[in-house]
Design a protein around this ligand. Structure first.
Ligand SMILES: Nc1ncnc2c1ncn2[C@@H]1O[C@H](COP(=O)(O)OP(=O)(O)OP(=O)(O)O)[C@@H](O)[C@H]1O
Ligand SMILES: [Mg+2]
Length: 511
C-alpha cells in the first residue's frame, strides 16, 4: 500500500484530487452521472438529517435538501438550518462530504493507493477557524491532513517546477466562491509569493444575478404569486433549484458560438412555469463590474509587488470562472495574449487532452507535489512590529521573522516591547510585513493586536507561534495585569509564504 499524501483542492463549487505516482502527477477520476470527470461538485444532499447524496448526484436528485458552498459555513459554530426542520453543524456536513471523497478515491483503484493522508489547500483569506474546522472534518472522516497550502501558492508551484528561470509570475484563480490572486518570484531555487490578495466573489454570485433576473421576470409574468423574488431565492429547495438552472444557463450562453440560453422549468412552483431567456450581452453587462474589479485586484497586487505589468510573465489562469470569454478577453487586453497561460505543461498520458494539463487542476496537483517533495515553507517577506524609532519622529520596523527564514512550528518566539503610551489602558501591537527593506523601510501595517495593560505598565511580553494551519498566533501580556491567553490571542493567517524548491524536484517537468 502506498502511503503518499493526496492533494485536495476543496473548492466552493468543486473539489479536485491529485496524487504523484512516482513520475508524474495524476488527477483522480470520478465516475458519476456525467461519465468520467475530474472534479466533484462540493455539494451534499440531505433527507431529514441524513446525508444521502454527494457531488453530482446531490445536484441532480429531486427530493433532497442540497447544501452547497459548505466551505464558507465552516467558520460558524452554530448549526445550519436545513429548512426541513433539521439543523446540522457545518463541520458534520463537511465530514460527510470527505467520507464520500475517501470512497471516490478508494473506488478509483489507483494502484492500491488509499486516501489516508492529504495536503489540502485554502483561499488566502480563509478564516482561521475555518481552517481548523476543515482539518477536524477531514480527520473525522479518517483523512490525516499533513500539509495546508494557500491555493495560489499551490497553483504556482506547478509552474515553478516547470520553469526554473528567474521570473515574476501571477496567478488569477477565479472559482465559484472566490477570486485569489498572487504574484510569485521564481529565483535561486525558491518560489516566493510576493503579494497576494483576494475577493470573496465568484461564479456563484453570477448565478445569483441570473437567477434574480429570472425571478423578477417570473414575478412580472405572475403578479398574483405571494412570494417576492428574494423569498423564492431564499427557499431551501426552490432557491437551489433556480441557482442550478442559472448556472447551467451561464455555461451555455458562454460556450463558443453561443450567445443566449433559456432558463426554463415547467412547474417551477406548482402550476407556474418559469421561462426566461438570458442573452450574452446582458449577462456581460451585469457581470462587467465584477470582472473589472477582479482585474483591478490583480493590477493592484502587481503594483504592490513593485514590478511593471510588462514584466509579469506568465499570468496563470485558473478556476472555472476564467472560462467566461469576457474574463479572458479583458486579461489578454491588459497583458497581451502570449502572457496568459491556460494550460499546464504536463504531458502525462495518451488521452487527447490529459486532465493534468488543465489549469483548473493546478491547485490540487501543486498541493500533491509540494507535499510529496517536502517543499519547505519559508517567509517571503519580513514580519515584524512597528515600534517608535530612536529619534522619536520616525517609526521603525523590528523584525520577528525574516524573509527566507524557514517556518519553525516547534519553537515559538518571545519578545519584549516597551510601552510608549499607557494612558488608554491598551498597548497596540502593530504587526507589519516588509517585502523590500529599501522600498518600505517601516513595512506595511497588516494587523493591530490590542493588549489590555495596567496604566503603570512599562513593557509587554509577546509570544509569536506558527501553527500547522499556516497561521501566526500572537499572544501578549503586560507584567502587572496579566492578560489571559484566551483574551488576547490573535491569529494572522494571510502570511506571505514561499518555498524552497527541493533539489530533486527541480526541472523535473521541464518541457
Ligand atoms: N464554461 C464555463 N463558463 C462559465 N462559468 C463556468 C464554466 N465552467 C465552470 N464555471 C464556473 O466556475 C465556477 C467553479 O469554478 P471552480 O471549480 O474553479 O471553483 P472552486 O474551486 O470550487 O471555487 P473556489 O476556488 O472559489 O473555492 C462555478 O461558478 C462554475 O459555474
Ligand atoms: Mg478553486
Amino acid at each position: 500500500m502506498t502511503d503518499t499524501a493526496f492533494g485536495i483542492d476543496f473548492g466552493t463549487t468543486n473539489t479536485r484530487i491529485a496524487y504523484f505516482d512516482g513520475e508524474k502527477p495524476i488527477m483522480v477520476p470520478v465516475f458519476d452521472g456525467r461519465g468520467r470527470e475530474y472534479s466533484i461538485p462540493s455539494v451534499v444532499g440531505y433527507i431529514n438529517d441524513e446525508p444521502v447524496a454527494f457531488g453530482h448526484e446531490a445536484l441532480t436528485l429531486e427530493d433532497v435538501i442540497r447544501v452547497a458552498s459548505i466551505k464558507w459555513e465552516l467558520d460558524r459554530e452554530t448549526p445550519l438550518d436545513l429548512g426541513n426542520g433539521y439543523d446540522i453543524y457545518p463541520i458534520d456536513i463537511v465530514t460527510a462530504f470527505f467520507r464520500y471523497i475517501k470512497d471516490v478515491v478508494n473506488q478509483a483503484e489507483l494502484q492500491e493507493r488509499e486516501l489516508k493522508k492529504a495536503a489540502i489547500t485554502v483561499p488566502v483569506k480563509f478564516p482561521y477557524r475555518s481552517r481548523e474546522n476543515l482539518c477536524k472534518a477531514c480527520e473525522n472522516a479518517g483523512i490525516e491532513i499533513v500539509d495546508i497550502f494557500q491555493e495560489p501558492v499551490a497553483a504556482l508551484y506547478c509552474h515553478a517546477l516547470c520553469n526554473q528561470h528567474a521570473d515574476t509570475a501571477a496567478v488569477f484563480d477565479w472559482g465559484g466562491g472566490t477570486l485569489d490572486v498572487a504574484t510569485v518570484k521564481i529565483d535561486d531555487g525558491r518560489a516566493q509569493i510576493q503579494v497576494q490578495d483576494g475577493q470573496k466573489v465568484g461564479g456563484d454570485d453570477f448565478d445569483r444575478i441570473i437567477a434574480m433576473q429570472g425571478l423578477i421576470q417570473f414575478k412580472k409574468d405572475y403578479p398574483d404569486i405571494p412570494l417576492s423574488p428574494e423569498d423564492i431565492l431564499e427557499h431551501p429547495r426552490k432557491g437551489s433549484e433556480i441557482l442550478l438552472l442559472a448556472e447551467a444557463a451561464k455555461r451555455r450562453l458562454n460556450a463558443p458560438n453561443r450567445s443566449r440560453a433559456l432558463l426554463s422549468r415547467i412547474g417551477f412552483l406548482p402550476d407556474y412555469d418559469i421561462e426566461f431567456e438570458v442573452r450574452r450581452e446582458d449577462f456581460e453587462e451585469w457581470v462587467d463590474p465584477y470582472i473589472e474589479r477582479g482585474i483591478n485586484c490583480l493590477l493592484r497586487t502587481i503594483k504592490n509587488t513593485g514590478v511593471a505589468n510588462s514584466l509579469i510573465n506568465p499570468v496563470l489562469l485558473s478556476g472555472g470562472t476564467c472560462n467566461i470569454p469576457l474574463v479572458k478577453e479583458r486579461l489578454q487586453q491588459e497583458f497581451g495574449p502570449d502572457v496568459i497561460i491556460t494550460n499546464l505543461p504536463f504531458d502525462s498520458r495518451n488521452d487527447r487532452q490529459a486532465p493534468e494539463t488543465d489549469v483548473s487542476n493546478a491547485t490540487a496537483i501543486g498541493a500533491a507535489l509540494l507535499s510529496v517533495f517536502g517543499a519547505e515553507p519559508i517567509f517571503s517577506s519580513d514580519i515584524g512590529i512597528r515600534t517608535a524609532g530612536s529619534n522619536g519622529f520616525e517609526d521603525a520596523f523590528y523584525p520577528i521573522f525574516k524573509k527566507n527564514e524557514l517556518l519553525d512550528f516547534e519553537n515559538p518566539k518571545q519578545e519584549r516591547f516597551f510601552v510608549t503610551n499607557t494612558q488608554t489602558g491598551v498597548a497596540r501591537l502593530l504587526i507589519c510585513d516588509r517585502l523590500e527593506q529599501d522600498m518600505q523601510p517601516q513595512g506595511l501595517l497588516r494587523r493591530i493586536v490590542p493588549i489590555p495593560i495596567d496604566k503603570k505598565e512599562t513593557w509587554i511580553e509577546v509570544d509569536f507561534a506558527l501553527t500547522q494551519h499556516l497561521g501566526l498566533r500572537i499572544h501578549g501580556s503586560g507584567q502587572i495585569a496579566r492578560a489571559s491567553r484566551e483574551e488576547t490571542e490573535m491569529f494572522i493567517h494571510e502570511l506571505n509564504l514561499g518555498f524552497n524548491i527541493p533539489e530533486d524536484s527541480r526541472g523535473l517537468f521541464n518541457s
